[in-house]
Write a protein that binds this ligand. Structure first.
Ligand code: TAP
Length: 453
């Protein structure tokens, strides 16, 4: 059995059966049998089932939000927002089956047309930081395009995915279309990657595991999409609304306790605006409410596990300059206070590695060119922000950054209808929006000869 822990108090909150390689093989076999039937369901009917599935999630939104808040240690308000996004995601892709359009292409001798065909059985590997949200980003487009799914949630947070499987059956998904296997990545994830009957792996998690998945998938030439780590820059120019930037910055890195691939964990501030920025940042960080995820006032919860707390804490081992910190409960549970390091260099360990915890580096710069050079000096390229009162400059800098998702005068990264994914070692492929559908289909080209014989 898997003992599922509540990170706010380090107590076991549930036990679920632990799947192994054999259960993965059985799930893939079920998904393979179900594929031709699901592929051939009329598009409008597939849409209707996905809409019913979205309604089923909405009906249980509060229960799911509480489960996610307790299991992942996230503030209940955030968890409710995430569950609303899950509903929105299934509704968005419910519209896709009737819009998976091909082309007709002018050629000699006949008619050439293209079709977007589903891939078959797809393996979805999901992390613990946004368990059901990231599940929905993969499952909804995969099912809408006519694939069948074997979903592996993280062993630390399997509860909402198991609930989704049941809601799917109640919504009318045929047997074998959505299968959840809760077990360790090194066994279940690995088996999915190797399995000859799995056509594609969609993975979100660490860059290190992502490298192994890309290499493993190459053996059977699987399609792969990877959404990996980040070390995103939040660039604040002196001509920006500094108060607004400073009030927003803590939530862009300490949201979800910093366990967010989009965390803007490098805050680049133009020297001329530094004093004003730091004063406003300090008052916001110190007033953050860190505590019980189920308390409505909470803005930040604990870290996910004891071993992750150890990893995050290690970033203070070599005594970086701690400018100020917020508060955090003593324990039990895996607590770490929001922490600002300043002034930092982009070469310091905390500025280079993805910490995945509530630690931010403030890095000073002078002028546009230096800001872009520092921001791009990383192996990652997932998200980022530019704050400036000069619209031309903000757009110029946004275009110069080697990153997949950028916000101007805001720190938001994700909308269901727009593409999300990374440049460089932050990943391959895109989730959300119409782009995701391309990653769950292959193009078939059919030529129909029409000349008289
Ligand atoms: P990972 O080890 O990358 O785990 C992500 C998912 O991959 C989990 O479902 C995991 O399963 C599975 N997995 C692990 N090893 C695998 C393998 N060999 N083959 C196939 N699947 C495998 O991430 P983590 O340990 O949870 O976190 C470590 C670091 O990854 C974090 O500190 C952070 O830097 C990064 N991370 C990034 C993201 C995003 S959104 N980009 C999300 C989570 C973590 P089990 O966990 O069940 O073993």
């Amino acid at each position: 059995m898997i003992e599922v822990t509540e990170p706010a108090n380090a107590e076991v909150m549930a036990e679920v059966p632990r799947a192994g390689a054999e259960e993965v093989d059985e799930a893939v076999a079920r998904a393979k049998r179900a594929f031709p039937g699901w592929r051939d369901v009329a598009p409008a009917e597939r849409s209707a089932i996905l809409r019913t599935l979205a309604d089923g999630i909405e009906d249980q939104l509060e229960e799911l939000a509480v489960l996610e808040a307790r299991n992942a240690g996230k503030p209940i308000g955030d968890a409710r927002g995430e569950m609303a996004m899950v509903v929105e995601c299934f509704r968005y892709y419910a519209g896709a089956p009737e819009r998976l359009l091909g082309q007709t292409i002018p050629v000699a001798g006949g008619v050439d047309m293209t079709f977007r065909e589903p891939l078959g059985v797809v393996g979805l590997i999901v992390p613990w930081n946004f368990p059901l949200v990231i599940t929905s980003w993969k499952t909804a487009p995969a099912l809408a395009a006519g694939n069948t799914v074997v979903l592996k949630p993280a062993e630390l947070t399997p509860l909402t995915a198991l609930k989704l499987e049941r809601i799917g059956i109640e919504a009318g998904l045929p047997e074998g279309v959505l299968n959840v296997v809760a077990g360790p990545g090194s066994v279940c994830g690995q088996r999915l990657v190797e399995h000859p009957d799995v056509a594609k792996i969609a993975f979100t998690g660490s860059t290190e595991v992502g490298r192994g998945i890309a290499a493993g998938a190459a053996q059977t030439i699987k399609r792969v999409t990877l959404e990996l780590g980040g070390k995103s820059a939040n660039i604040v120019f002196a001509d920006a609304d500094i108060e607004a930037a400073a009030q927003s910055a803590p939530f862009a890195v300490f949201g979800n306790s910093g366990q967010d691939c989009c965390a803007r964990s490098r805050i680049l501030v133009e020297r001329a605006g530094m004093d004003e920025f730091m004063a406003a940042l300090e008052s916001t960080v110190k007033s953050m409410v860190v505590g019980d995820p189920l308390d409505e006032r909470t803005q930040m919860g604990p870290l996910i596990s004891a071993s992750h707390l150890e990893t995050v804490s290690s970033f203070l081992d070599d005594d970086p300059p701690v400018a100020f910190r917020g508060s955090a409960p003593d324990g039990p549970g895996y607590w770490f206070p929001p922490t600002i390091l300043a002034p930092m260099s982009n070469d310091d360990r905390a500025s280079r590695e993805e910490i995945f915890g509530p630690i931010a580096s403030v890095i000073p710069f002078d002028g546009e060119a230096e800001a872009v050079a520092i921001a791009n000096d990383t192996i990652y390229g997932l998200s980022g922000s530019v704050w400036s009162g000069d619209g031309g400059r903000a757009l110029r800098v946004a275009r110069a950054l080697e990153t997949g998702v950028i916000s101007i005068n805001s720190n938001s990264s994700v909308r269901v209808s727009t593409p999300f994914g990374g440049f460089k070692q932050s990943g391959v492929g895109r989730e959300l929006g119409p782009d995701a559908l391309e990653h769950y289909t292959d193009v078939k080209n059919v030529f129909y000869y029409t000349e008289e014989s």
